[in-house]
Design a protein. Sequence first.
Length: 256
Amino acid sequence: MSFPSIGLEKVMNIVHLCTYLFYLLSANVAYFSPGGNYPPVAICKNHFTIGIVRIIAIFDRFCYISCMTFINSPFPYAGCKFNLLEQLDQYIPSGERLFDVFGGSAVVGVNMSKKFNFVCITDILGDLISMHRSLQTDNPDDIIAKLKDLSSKDPEKYAELRNAYNALAKDSPERGYRLYGLILSCTNNLMRFNQKGGFNQTCGKRQLTAPKEAEIRAWCDMLQSEQGSRIKFGHGSFDVVMQRIADRIPPEGTTS
């Protein structure tokens, strides 16, 4: 079921107005705005008011989700800008080319690709870029099967994966997948490296989950669509990438 976006905005405004009116009628009803916690907390002796506020909240949440036009990255990445995309979208004008030189989870570059003919997403971590490319080219079923095999809650299996990753040659095509497996399994999903570049984060006793699988499939669908074909991935330090852009040379690893 879909509605024109402008129609949904009007509906949401009406829903919000109704919510505020019911809030004024009962000062003991605590209602959380869209994007907050659901179901709303309601403390009131008037059960009718509680019921109405709950219904409004559920419908409001449906409208809020339906209006979303952004897709979240499947990378649990510190500093991910997904929650800021609505604001960022207002300040990034449409154009010919976009260079996202602190790519990270790639959530900004991928979501802004609808506004540009060419998008280049770069990051200093080459293994992360390698995995981004795999998500753009590989079959989602194969990706998920590999990550299920790599990620593990078991500390011993995690240690084996970490040692195997650190022992791989820097140009090994398997480093991207192994890094992703480590990210999915490590403490708080936060990458950590020692001064020699070895991954040294501890086991977080976690692994690939069903919701994360759904995110991977949705992300692959985006990257492997017509819109995704505008996106290229490259790696290198900020200074190197900016110099290459200034010299009109594609950043390392890109094809155009």
